[in-house]
Design a binder for this molecule. Structure first.
Ligand code: SAM
Ligand code: SF4
Length: 481
């Protein structure tokens, strides 16, 4: 048990780990080679795989869902916890065995593990032919050619300005209703437990125009919901190029509130979500923008990580327990119906039972609708690994995690029960998991809602009166409003 997740939100769906993509298998084009790509980690990694697919497709490579028929196998990797890396290493070892029966096969490692372990994959483990970091995907076609000549191809250079702004991602395994849109890359926060600043580099914001264009074209293609993605979306900051009359209409820098508004204005029928908000950066301006537009979802993912100010300081989160609570109070004041979710870590260096009790009491206060809970996994090279001892025994980390999960289950069930009797607007995403007679979608607060299909279709908005619930799902029937 490393991670516990309670409902199936798209933005962090652990059930998608290792998902393989083949967006154009039905495509009639003749491709010179076939690639297979598997993705691990956060939503940003899944979005990156869509950029990789686009670059490969432009260079004549077609996707396959069957790795045995592939000429190229890519694994887009995550370094956030030790277990994530172990899963990927095992998978790469399996793929390597395929080379015996298919000597021309190339195996490549992409993303955060490529960045963290660099040449180690090639020199020590001899597992792969290509090692490509998250800022080097444009060089993939050249690297593939290099690897085809028998050389090992590596590009793990991090960039200060790469955002892949001009690349239209190929939507992978999409339901045609929701899409992820990356608005920034990297992270400048130095949370002491976190490897992201080292694997994904400095924070940089993507051209606002290109974001609006991508969202507009998604809407024109029938998508009804976009999730704006970044490690820290509230610090989005983009300044237009002043020359050659480009980016007209952007006299002032664009902040996250401005960007949210611009995306919301594309159409009232396009829902807008975003993730992730660092508590120190989310502003009243953002909260008032959410309140102003019906199509910006009333849902905020606001990771706290711990309820103890002492631990928060060691984590370098730059806020205290009291400051975080004040932020949550402000959110509830401006957006009384807002859904709230969080990330939590148990067993960080020096964490005592008292610190742990403070985490539990904070969760009890905030009554999160959703929480991603992990036990601490020391990552080499991070500030915590250099400065502190990983001194909480694993059985204690896991016991604390279980206590946290139990408390959270009780709170989510109560949160669901409070919705029984209410009516909410649901965007239909497809059939329910149990039967084709029922549809499933999500409401404004990101809760999953299941209801009888009748004549409703995917991509429609339907008003549902909630009649019952489980800890993860609201159940209801369609009503006229
Ligand atoms: N940028 C986001 C933020 O600030 O909250 C989160 C990014 S990280 C990909 C997702 C979550 O993984 C973090 O919020 C944290 O709870 C968890 N995480 C990161 N490093 C971890 C570690 N070393 N051990 C356990 N969990 C970790
Ligand atoms: Fe990691 Fe902190 Fe950046 Fe999130 S904000 S990616 S936890 S360093």
């Amino acid at each position: 048990m490393d991670t516990l997740i309670n409902t199936n939100t798209k933005a962090h769906d652990e059930k998608r780990q290792g998902e393989a993509f083949a967006p154009f298998v039905a495509d009639k084009n003749e491709y010179r080679k076939l690639f297979y790509i598997e993705s691990y980690g956060c939503a940003m990694n899944f979005a990156d795989s869509e950029v990789v697919a686009s670059i490969l497709q432009q260079h004549g490579y077609g996707a396959t869902l069957n790795f045995e028929s592939a000429d190229l196998i890519f694994v887009n990797t995550c370094s956030i916890r030790e277990k994530a890396e172990a899963t990927v290493s095992k998978r790469l070892t399996e793929f390597r065995k395929l080379k015996k029966s298919n000597p021309g096969l190339l195996v490549g490692v992409l993303g955060c593990m490529a960045e963290r372990l660099k040449e180690k994959f090639i020199e020590q483990e001899r597992l792969v032919d290509l090692v490509v970091g998250p800022d080097a995907y444009r060089s993939l076609p050249g690297l593939i050619e290099e690897a085809e000549t028998g050389q090992k191809a590596v590009n793990v250079l991090l960039s200060r300005d790469e955002t892949y702004a001009d690349i239209a991602p190929v939507r992978l395994n999409s339901n045609g209703v929701n899409a992820f849109v990356s608005i920034m890359r990297g992270c400048n926060n130095m949370c002491s437990f976190c490897v992201v600043p080292f694997t994904r580099g400095r924070e940089r914001s993507r051209d606002a125009d290109s974001i609006i264009k991508e969202c507009t074209s998604l809407f024109e293609d029938g998508y009804k919901e976009v999730t704006l993605l970044g490690q820290n979306v509230d610090s989005y900051h983009w300044v237009a190029a002043q020359n050659f009359g480009q980016n007209e209409g952007y006299e002032k820098p664009v902040n996250f509130a401005n960007l949210l508004e611009k995306v919301a204005l594309i159409s009232p029928l396009l829902r807008v979500r975003f993730s992730t908000s660092h508590p120190k950066d989310i502003t009243d301006e953002v909260l008032f923008t959410i309140a102003k537009y019906d199509n910006i979802c009333n849902y905020i993912h606001l990771p706290v990580q711990s309820g103890s100010s002492r631990i928060l300081q060691l984590m370098n989160r730059t806020y205290t327990r009291e400051w975080y609570i004040a932020k949550v109070n402000r959110i509830k004041e401006i957006l009384p119906d807002a859904g709230l979710s969080t990330d939590m870590i148990t067993g960080f260096c020096t964490e005592t039972e008292e610190d742990h009790q403070q985490s539990l009491s904070l969760m009890e206060y905030c009554k999160y609708d959703l929480a991603y809970m992990y036990f601490y996994s020391q990552r080499p090279g991070t500030l915590a690994a250099r400065r502190f001892e990983d001194d909480v025994p694993e059985d204690i980390k896991k016991r604390r995690l279980q206590e946290m999960v139990n408390l959270h289950r009780k709170n989510t069930l109560q949160s669901m029960q409070r919705d029984v009797g209410k009516t909410c607007k649901v965007l239909v995403e497809g059939f329910s998991k149990k039967t084709p007679d029922e549809l499933q979608g999500r409401n404004d607060q990101n809760k999953v809602v299941v209801f009888p299909k009748k004549y409703f279709k995917k991509g429609e908005y339907v008003f549902i009166k909630i009649t019952a619930c489980t800890a993860g799902t609201l159940i209801g029937t369609a009503v006229d409003v």
